[in-house]
Design a protein around this ligand. Structure first.
Ligand code: HCA
Ligand code: CU
Length: 399
């Protein structure tokens, strides 16, 4: 059910602000918020108004934009924080408290009973003040917490009947998909609220863990653009979309403007001073490149042979790389046709062998291959042997 019906809580403006390179101005935040809203995320999560005077003003500016996305802010489990956050006009509060022994010992120093009392008091107070606000309660570091203690906290809060959603957080990025699935499943069986998953990527499992959470019945997934956040961040928006698209393309295309992803990733990459990683799902520059001759041949016949995602759905194009030793004659032929050159099949095959021999000796560019193609097309009956002597095309390659 929730694999077709989930919501994205886009946290570039909260978790993403905790990325080392992020220092968003109000204008930056508004640009990001508008872009994500146009893309179709259901929620935007923003930094707590208590973080700084500017954070409060930014939050008020964004709640005032009249976006379709619901605007949430992320606060500590304290009545003082909630009182200030409620005054900003947000649609919802994401309340968090650490429950792991590490956090209890080295962060806030509270026992489980104290955590339960504080959560009950704070959440009940918020619900009294704001009957219609969307209220989420989450525990930081859920996957290094004692499950028995964790459940004690969630069960008491659930009984209060004041929250709309529980969150679980893999704060240090160590959970496996199986562990995530198990905890989400347990919460789904024992509690009544929706379930949100927030996962860090320290061990590279953030996207898989988000999917496992949905499979087990979670309803909300936290993402950030390019995955930016503390350390190496959380589930990336493009990565999550790629994962959901390969599961159910129609739902994703109906729900989100996926053709905006590259511009959104570029916008945030630019603002935080990084490149889009070359291997980033969908938007990395190698995401739709094909190299080996065997792959190129199949791609030319039918792209889905080697593509689970269709680049055109994302407003992108595939790229066949042909200037290397692994090239194949079908790819070289396709390039000749693209250039409008008339070369016989034997010539194409001979030229392909020639390219491979050259590529064994030096790296080639597409321009080099194009020049050879033009040269062979002009010379008509050029053979491998006759082209092996220096000619203008080969000299050009040698430069
Ligand atoms: C942090 C907090 C958090 C909170 C996640 C949540 C985490 O450490 O900055 O509220 O669900 O990763 O635990 O981002
Ligand atoms: Cu986090």
């Amino acid at each position: 059910m929730s694999l077709q019906n989930y919501a994205i809580i886009e946290s570039t403006l909260r978790e993403g602000e905790q990325f080392i390179g992020a220092n968003f101005s109000r204008d930056d935040k508004i640009r990001i918020a508008r872009a994500l809203d146009a893309f179709g995320v259901e929620y935007l999560e923003l930094t707590s108004p208590l973080a700084s005077p500017g954070s409060m003003a930014d939050l008020e500016a964004i709640t005032g934009l009249g976006l379709n996305a619901r605007v949430l802010t992320h606060i500590r489990c304290r009545i003082e924080d909630a009182a200030i956050a409620l005054d900003t006009g947000v649609d919802g509060l994401d309340v968090v408290i650490g429950a792991s022994s590490q956090l209890r010992q080295f962060s806030h120093g509270m026992s489980i009973d104290e955590i339960i009392d504080l959560a009950a008091e704070t959440l009940t107070w918020i619900r009294e003040q704001a009957p219609d606000i969307e209220l989420r309660f989450s525990t930081e570091d859920s996957f290094r917490s004692e499950e028995k203690e964790l459940l004690q906290v969630y069960l008491v809060v659930d009984k209060l009947g004041v929250v709309d959603r529980f969150g679980v957080a893999d704060t240090v990025g160590i959970a496996t998909p199986t562990q995530v699935g198990r905890l989400v499943d347990t919460l789904r069986r024992l509690t009544t609220a929706d379930i949100e998953f927030h996962g860090h990527n320290d061990s590279g499992s953030a996207i898989a863990n988000a999917f496992a959470a949905l499979e087990a019945g979670a309803t909300h997934i936290d993402t950030s653009v390019l995955g930016i956040g503390e350390r190496n961040g959380i589930t990336s928006l493009s990565g999550f979309i790629a994962r959901m698209y390969t599961h159910d393309r129609e739902t994703v295309l109906r729900q989100y403007r996926v053709d905006m992803l590259r511009d959104i990733d570029l916008l945030v990459a630019d603002l935080v001073g990084v490149d889009i990683p070359f291997n980033h799902p969908i938007t990395g520059y190698t995401a739709f490149t094909h190299k080996a001759g065997i792959h190129a041949k199949a791609i030319l016949n039918s792209p889905e042979t080697y593509e689970a995602l269709r680049p055109e759905d994302f407003g992108l194009t595939r790229y066949l790389s042909i200037a290397h030793k692994l090239t194949g004659w079908n790819a070289v032929k396709a390039r000749a046709e693209q250039l409008g050159l008339d070369l016989a099949p034997d010539q194409i095959k001979a030229l392909t062998r020639h390219i491979k021999t050259l590529a064994d000796e030096r790296s080639l560019t597409l321009d080099d291959v194009d020049e050879l193609l033009y040269h062979w097309a002009e010379s008509g009956n050029l053979t491998e042997e006759s082209s092996a002597v220096p000619n203008s095309a080969i000299l050009a390659i040698q430069q």
